[in-house]
Design a protein around this ligand. Structure first.
Ligand code: SF4
Length: 175
């Protein structure tokens, strides 16, 4: 399966395709970043609730399975902001790169555990598609944070899901 192309945030042309394609599959489950669904699980204990996404999921008959990789990985909420130390998520998964907080703490294991948990959730629910919060070091699809700044490329969870054949779509949130 080809990964979903990166598109500018404000909303997915892909989403219309998903809506059309799944009219006959009302019970399809999709993984969704929990913060997009209203969970206050962001690093700053806020939510990125996206009313447009909620409505479109409902209209499409897609059942959202909420998941927060960073909470699953054992990081509390609130938590310090973190980013890929220098390069990219692929290197994190390959064991040659770290994820660090602003204070320099190594949270690589928690980020990888969270990504693995997301993949396990997809397998448990028969999920083939995920809608993930853009720009997160875990969930970002087209953009993430590395070396303390916004960069092109996926976060750790998005990278693992893509590697595993899950189609991922980035959602900006807060609409
Ligand atoms: S972007 Fe992902 S890791 Fe961050 S709060 Fe939302 S669900 Fe959790």
């Amino acid at each position: 399966m080809q990964p979903a192309p990166c598109r500018p945030a404000e909303l997915p042309a892909t989403f219309d395709a998903v809506t059309d394609a799944d009219a006959s599959k009302p019970n399809e489950r999709v993984l969704v970043s929990a913060c997009l669904l209203g969970e206050p699980c962001r690093y700053d204990a806020r939510t990125s609730k996206d009313g447009v996404l909620l409505r479109e999921l409902a209209e499409s008959g897609l059942a959202a399975v909420p998941f927060c990789p960073e909470e699953h990985g054992g990081l509390g909420t609130p938590r310090p902001p973190a980013w890929i130390e220098r390069t990219n998520a692929a290197n994190v998964l390959d064991g040659v790169e770290r994820v660090v907080t602003a204070a320099g703490a190594d949270v690589t294991a928690q980020f990888v555990r969270g990504a693995e948990g997301a993949l396990a959730a997809c397998k448990a629910h028969g999920i083939r598609r995920a809608f993930l919060k853009e720009r997160s070091p875990s969930c970002g699809v087209c953009q993430t944070h590395a070396a303390g700044r916004l960069v092109d490329g996926p976060g750790v969870t998005a990278e693992l899901l893509k590697r595993s054949g899950i189609e991922v779509t980035g959602i900006e949130g807060r609409r």
